[in-house]
Write a protein that binds this ligand. Structure first.
Ligand code: AMP
Ligand code: MG
Length: 347
C-alpha cells in the first residue's frame, strides 16, 4: 500500500484501453484513488465500500467532510445492496434514464461506510452511461464513490489535462477518456422524502423527470443562495463553487445591453464570457460558451471556459446569463455559484 503521508504520489497517466482500465481497476481494488472519465465530468474514484479509501477523496480534494459522495454502479442489481429498498418511482426513473446522468437518493443500507454519506442516512447512486466508466467499475468489483475530480470549489474537470492541473501528485492515476459529453454533473433527485425533490439540475431536466414522476419539488437552493442558518438538503449546494480565481458577475440582459455595459467598464479591464455570435462590438477580451439558444453546448463548454479564464489571468469577469430552462437550468445553477450569486439585471 502506498504511503499517503508522503506529499507527492507519482500519478499514472492511463489510456482508456484494456491495459489502462485493468490497471485502474487494480489500483482501486487496493484502496487507491483514480480519476475516471464519465459522460458528465471526470470523477475522483475510490472503492465505495472501503471507508479508508473514501476518506482519502476528501483529503485529495480538500472537500468539506459534511459533503456526501455519489456511488457509481455498473449493474442495476448492485443498487439493491446499497439502499434499504427501491420504491416504484425509483425503478421507473432508472428504467427511463439509466444508464445516464441521473443520481437517485434513497435510504442507505448498512453496507455503505459513513464516509460516503457524510453521516447522512441516505445514499446517492448513479449508473453512468460512459463505456469506460462501466468497464472500470466492473474491473474494480462493484461500486465506486466518485465526486468531481477537481480541488474543492474549483470548476469540475471535463478532460484528463484539467484533472492533472488539480490532482497531479495527489492521486494514484488518471484514466484518459477524452472530453466529457454532457459537461456538467448529474441531475440529483432525492426520493427519500415524502415528495420527490430535485436537489441539483443536470443533463436530465425537470421536464424529463416530470414525464415519469407524478410530482417533483425543486429545491430552492437550485436557483437561489441558501439563506444563512438554513439546513441545505444537498450539502454540496451550499458552498461557493465551480469558481475561477476571477470575480464573476452574471449579467441578465439582451446582447446589446450586455455589450454596452461591459464596454462601459473597460477601465476595470474585465473579460467577457458571452454567447457565440454575440461577441461583435465588445471592446474587451472575451470567451464564448455556445449559442444563447443552445444550452447543451453551454453545459459542455462552461467548466473548461471557466478554467480558460484563469489561464488568461482574468481577474474580473462579466458573464452573459443563460436562460434557466431545460439543460439551461443546470448551466445557470453552476454559473450563479461561480459568481457567488452576484447578478446584475439590466432592462
Ligand atoms: P459531486 O460528486 O462533487 O458532484 O457532489 C455530489 C453531490 O451530490 C453534492 O452536491 C452532494 O451534496 C450531493 N449528495 C450526495 N449524496 C447526497 C445525499 N445522501 N443527500 C443529499 N445530497 C447528496
Ligand atoms: Mg463537485
Amino acid at each position: 500500500m502506498t504511503d499517503h503521508s508522503a506529499a507527492q504520489l507519482n500519478t499514472l497517466r492511463l489510456a482508456a484501453d484494456e491495459i489502462g482500465i485493468d490497471a485502474a481497476g487494480d489500483l482501486l481494488s487496493r484502496g487507491e484513488l483514480v480519476a475516471i472519465p464519465t459522460e458528465t465530468v471526470y470523477g475522483l474514484a475510490a472503492d465505495a465500500l472501503n471507508g479508508e479509501a473514501v476518506s482519502r477523496i476528501f483529503e485529495a480534494k480538500g472537500r468539506p467532510s459534511d459533503n456526501p459522495l455519489i456511488v457509481h454502479i455498473a449493474d442495476r442489481a448492485d443498487w439493491a445492496k446499497l439502499v434499504k429498498e427501491i420504491p416504484e418511482n425509483a425503478n421507473k426513473l432508472a428504467d427511463k434514464f439509466w444508464p445516464g446522468p441521473l443520481t437517485i437518493i434513497l435510504p442507505a443500507s448498512d453496507l455503505i461506510p459513513p464516509q460516503v454519506t457524510a453521516g447522512l442516512k441516505t445514499v446517492a447512486v448513479r449508473f453512468p452511461a460512459h463505456p469506460v466508466t462501466i468497464e472500470v467499475i466492473k474491473a474494480e468489483g462493484c461500486s465506486l464513490a466518485a465526486p468531481s475530480a477537481n480541488r474543492s470549489g474549483a470548476p469540475s474537470p471535463t478532460n484528463a489535462a484539467r484533472v492533472l492541473e488539480d490532482m497531479d501528485g495527489r492521486i494514484a492515476g488518471v484514466l484518459d477518456g477524452g472530453d466529457c459529453a454532457v459537461g456538467v454533473e448529474s441531475t440529483v433527485v432525492d426520493l427519500s422524502l415524502p415528495r420527490p425533490r430535485l436537489l441539483r439540475p443536470g443533463g436530465i431536466t425537470p421536464e424529463m423527470l416530470r414525464e415519469v414522476l407524478f410530482e417533483l419539488d425543486i429545491d430552492p437552493a437550485v436557483t437561489a443562495a441558501p439563506k444563512a442558518g438554513t439546513v441545505v438538503a444537498s450539502p454540496g449546494m451550499k458552498y461557493t463553487h465551480y469558481s475561477p480565481r476571477a470575480r464573476v458577475t452574471l449579467i441578465q440582459s439582451t446582447p446589446e445591453k450586455f455589450t454596452e455595459f461591459v464596454n462601459a467598464q473597460q477601465h476595470q479591464h474585465p473579460t467577457a464570457l458571452c454567447f457565440d455570435g454575440e461577441e461583435q462590438g465588445l471592446l474587451v477580451p472575451f470567451l464564448t460558451y455556445g449559442r444563447r439558444d443552445d444550452p447543451e453546448t453551454q453545459a459542455k463548454l462552461l467548466f473548461d471556459k471557466l478554467r480558460q479564464l484563469d489561464d488568461a489571468g482574468a481577474t474580473l469577469v462579466y458573464a452573459a446569463c443563460p436562460t434557466p430552462d431545460g439543460v439551461g437550468l443546470a448551466v445557470y445553477n453552476r454559473l450563479i455559484r461561480a459568481a457567488g450569486f452576484e447578478v446584475i439585471k439590466l432592462d
